[in-house]
Design a protein. Structure first.
Lengths: 128, 392
């Protein structure tokens, strides 16, 4: 295992914002259940700011650690700011990833954006 | 969740990857790195010292598998032995057969599979026999698949992921009858179960001592007298010209000693490991739900446990257990990465997601009841933590 840094293990062993939200304002998925890696992110939005966020993940260590970082980065950001979160930023949050693990951080971006889309345009869309 | 602390154990459960070396083997090897450095091909007394060591080791390796010393070729390891057997057979038949045909299985180690795939690109034809749900290669059609162009059948003795023992003897009856040589990748079997080349009826057998407490980077190919084989490397006259290159004397000395000790202790040590494995599997069954013990109903080498822990990714489980001091392996990672779910588990018909959720725990002679109990303490907590994270 090439992954040796403390930030990675911290997020992997003690991930932040795990679980589900009741009545979320947005819910998004990343990954593909049929290939085994699957991330679900739920958000609450108050005055265009992500006030609460939770995730559930069935995936590799890097998928778990980067999902945790994604939720930390997104929490407290405005919907527009959260859109700007990149895979690189997420990767930095776990102290970098080896080449074959770079794709893991994309799960977070995908699921977060899907949750934001769901908030803006989906079923659970903007409550007045 | 327990944190890493001074009490973190260091338990090695990955003996199918490699083993540590027995101390007495290391000691025996040491002089051959130092004062006994002669080249066995040299006529003078330095060379003769090396030659004697080589001869002795060759006899020890032969004795472990019931072969004659002249039937043992030393190589740089299991991978090279597999390559030499397969490529060397195809080379030997190149002039006789236009499109050489090889029969192997879908659950072989990459040392065999990739060698066969490379030969396919060079004009050989390969048939990959399927396996059943328990991980046993289906040889029922072997007899009808063999044809005049068939130059080799290559099957493994025990699978490295499941430990399941393959029907090599039955295959040998067929290959003998039809006069086709049978190569067996014995790398996960030799040193774990008794192996006698005449009783098995094989023509070639690959051996690798770093799987049974000997050194890495050295191996052997047993080649029954008269079996047609051509060298893959070009060079000197070493190993009857079939494997040129100055011999790795220290490693070969260690290899011989590993075989000698194994022959003496195999029965007792494997009984002990088998009991530990049973305890481990019983414990897993009792304490973790929604698992599959792959191949558990079949004849297996006594040290291997292949367990699917559903709804968790194997890699995450392995890393979490590593943080807690247990070294095990998972055969697979995610489909979007470079590594695919294990071809062995897929061939056995496991769902790809289950294949991805599979651990290989392989015990060794240094493991204790305490190691297994400590693991059984930790495993349910880790599984529970990761399952709680999961949306499925
Ligand atoms: C079944 C099998 N074949 C071949 C090999 C390769 O052997 P070596 O590591 O000695 O090259 C291994 C080792 O992992 C193995 O398990
Ligand atoms: S999500 Fe594919 S290896 Fe991590």
């Amino acid at each position: 295992m090439e992954i040796v840094n403390a930030a990675f293990f911290d997020h992997f062993m003690d991930p932040r914002n795990v679980g589900v939200l009741e009545d979320p304002d947005g819910k998004g998925k990343g990954g593909d259940p049929s290939c085994g890696d699957w991330l679900v992110i739920m958000i609450k939005v108050r005055e265009e700011v992500i006030s609460d966020i939770r995730f559930q993940c069935r995936g590799c260590s890097a998928a778990i650690a980067t999902s945790s970082v994604t939720t930390e980065l997104a929490k407290g950001k405005s919907v527009a700011e959260a859109r700007e979160i990149t895979a690189e930023e997420i990767e930095k949050g776990v102290g970098g990833l080896p080449e074959e693990k770079k794709h893991c951080s994309l799960l977070g971006v995908t699921a977060l954006n899907a949750a934001l889309d769901d908030y803006l345009y989906g079923k659970g869309k903007k409550k007045a | 969740m327990k944190e890493k602390n001074e009490q973190t154990p260091r338990v090695y459960f990955d003996h199918n990857a490699t083993t540590y070396m027995r101390k007495e083997i290391i000691e025996l090897m040491m002089p051959y790195f130092g004062e006994k450095y002669g080249n066995p091909s040299s006529l003078h007394f330095f060379g003769q010292e090396g030659r004697a060591a080589l001869d002795k080791a060759r006899a020890q390796v032969a004795a472990l598998i019931g072969a004659d010393p002249e039937e043992i070729l030393f190589t740089s390891g299991g991978t090279e032995s597999d390559n030499l057997a397969i490529q060397g057979t195809v080379r030997k038949n190149r002039d006789r057969v236009k499109r050489p045909h090889i029969i192997t299985s879908s659950i072989e180690h990459p040392a065999v599979l990739r060698t066969c795939q490379a030969l396919e690109k060079e004009g050989s034809e390969v048939t990959y026999l399927p396996c059943d749900r328990q991980g046993i290669v289906d040889i029922r059609r072997l007899e009808e698949i063999i044809r005049p162009e068939t130059v080799l059948v290559s099957l493994m003795l025990a699978n490295n992921e499941t430990g399941v023992i393959q029907p090599v003897e039955d295959a040998a009856r067929i290959t003998r009858k039809l006069g086709v040589p049978l190569h067996v990748d014995g790398i996960q079997g030799v040193g774990k179960i008794p192996v006698d080349v005449s009783a098995l009826g094989v023509d070639m057998l690959s051996i690798s001592p770093h799987k049974f407490y000997g050194p890495k980077g050295v191996g052997a190919l047993y080649r029954k007298r008269g079996t047609g084989l051509a060298a893959v490397y070009s060079g000197g006259h070493h190993e009857v010209g079939l494997r040129p290159g100055t011999e790795n004397v220290p490693a070969i000395v260690g290899f011989g000693e590993a075989c000698r000790i194994t022959a003496l202790r195999l029965e007792q040590e494997m009984k002990q490991i088998g009991d530990l494995r049973d305890r481990l599997e019983k414990g897993i069954r009792e304490r973790v739900e929604d698992i599959l013990l792959n191949g558990a109903g079949k004849r297996r080498v006594p040290n291997t446990c292949c367990v699917t822990v559903r709804r968790i990714e194997g890699e995450a489980l392995v890393l979490n257990l590593s943080v807690l001091g247990f070294a095990i392996s998972s055969g697979s990672a995610c489909a979007s990465g470079e590594s695919r779910p294990s071809h062995v588990l897929i061939a056995m018909g496991l769902d790809p997601v289950d294949a991805q959720s599979t651990l290989r725990i392989s015990l060794g002679i240094g493991n204790t009841v305490g190691d297994v109990e400590a693991f059984l303490e930790v495993l349910p907590e880790v599984v529970q933590r990761l399952r709680k994270l999961s949306p499925i």
